[in-house]
Design a protein around this ligand. Structure first.
Ligand SMILES: O=P(O)(O)OC[C@H]1O[C@H](O[C@H]2O[C@H](CO)[C@@H](O)[C@H](O)[C@H]2O)[C@H](O)[C@@H](O)[C@@H]1O
Length: 366
């Protein structure tokens, strides 16, 4: 984490790129993992269907995947530069590419929470977003339909974001709620819960995981309502493998649940064909925007689970996927931003663009 909050200029090259590599230990191993994933050797990487590990295999792929989310060695400067050429900064490309793609279109903004709107911290209960970010998100909702798409439960993320004027797709899209009237702190209106029948089994698995992992110092199980997270961030790396084994052992009793991995976290969720990408499709349909070429969805996310949404945007061929990452990573996103500070800048730019003098937007009134 030491360098994760360092901010670099958007058009990074030369020295900037070299500095970024310090914040990016082991990105090469991340790319390698994704490559192996494509060969079907490591489940759960960007090109794989997420699935539970086979009970008979070792937990090495799990540990490898978690380690890849916490890189340990530096890639070549050229590799980093090549990656940023393939996934240019959404700030550097704003005027030329993004604004021009958005011209005359209805922009819809989808935002992941952890690592995108809020910096990654050790304690998941302390992952607050800044007031500045909150104001920027509020401004976004004044000009564009907007949604938070997250692995967190809706209640939890709503308590962090504190805004009722946007859509929330919590539990990796398995709990979708719509905006309520302004200035209310009540959770939003229920739109879809495709995994409702799994609530009892998730509750049971939560208890089993807490019990099983309680002897591992630093391990923590988070209940995200329709899915669970087992956190590795505060666990000594030597204990990652046994901890992953514990999680797998519990899952053997729950064949209806599957395992995916995120940033130093294993996520347990119902084995249904539903993910953040499906949630984005559902929300676009709900908003009456499905299949319309005059609509431009913009999705910002930092985690592997956001790749499902990037894929959906890629399929539509006219969405803007933005990966938030300092490190080169295999991704379906077209653009990149380094961290939540750059996300803030991007959201401000988007509103500024909407309110430019030549635009017909009623910005002065809001
Ligand atoms: O979809 P997201 O909004 O990105 O949620 C994914 C997971 O985010 C949270 O965990 C991550 O952030 C924590 C706080 O910064 C950090 O401690 C943890 O290591 C990260 O993985 C959340 O706590 C998980 O439940 C979500 O699954």
């Amino acid at each position: 984490m030491a360098n994760q909050d360092v901010v670099f200029p958007p058009d990074m090259g030369g020295i900037g790129a070299a500095r970024a590599l310090f914040a990016c230990r082991g990105a090469a191993s991340t790319l390698r993992s994704a490559h192996l994933g494509r060969q079907g050797l490591i489940p759960g990487t960007v090109d794989d269907e997420y699935r539970a590990p086979r009970p008979s295999t070792s937990s090495s792929w799990v540990v490898e995947a978690i380690r890849a989310s916490s890189p340990a060695r530096s890639p070549a400067v050229e590799e980093h530069a090549a990656w940023t050429r393939r996934h240019p900064s959404a700030l550097g490309s704003f005027d030329q590419q993004i604004a021009s793609a958005a011209e005359g279109k209805q922009v819809v903004v989808f935002m992941d929470y952890d690592g995108t709107l809020a910096p990654i911290v050790a304690d998941p209960d302390m992952a607050f977003m800044s007031n500045e970010m909150r104001e920027a998100v509020r401004d976004v909702t004044k000009h564009f339909p907007a949604a938070i798409v997250t692995g967190r439960s809706v209640d939890k993320v709503h308590s962090f974001v504190g805004l009722s004027e946007l859509y929330y797709a919590g539990s990796h899209g398995m709990d979708i709620k719509g905006p309520t009237s302004k200035d209310t702190t009540a959770a939003a209106v229920l739109l879809l819960q495709p995994a409702r029948e799994f609530l009892p089994v998730i509750a049971e698995a939560y208890e089993a995981l807490v019990e099983k992992t309680k002897g591992t110092p630093g391990a923590r199980v988070e209940n995200n309502k329709f899915c669970l997270s087992v956190h590795f961030r505060c666990v000594d790396e030597n204990r990652w493998s046994p901890l992953a084994e514990q999680v797998k052992a519990v899952l053997r009793d729950y064949p209806d649940l599957k395992l995916t991995e995120g940033r130093k976290v294993l996520e347990i969720r119902p084995s249904i064909m539903w993910d953040k990408g499906k949630a984005v499709e559902f929300l676009l349909q709900t908003l009456g925007f499905d299949g319309r070429s005059d609509v431009l969805p913009v999705y910002l996310g930092d985690d592997r689970t956001d790749e499902d949404a990037f894929k959906v945007l890629g399929k539509r061929d006219h969405g803007v996927g933005i990966l938030v990452s300092k490190c080169p990573r295999e991704t379906n996103a077209s653009y990149s931003l380094q961290d939540p500070t750059e996300v803030l800048e991007f959201l401000l730019r988007l509103v500024q663009w909407k309110c430019r003098p030549s635009s017909s937007a009623m910005c002065a009134r809001v």
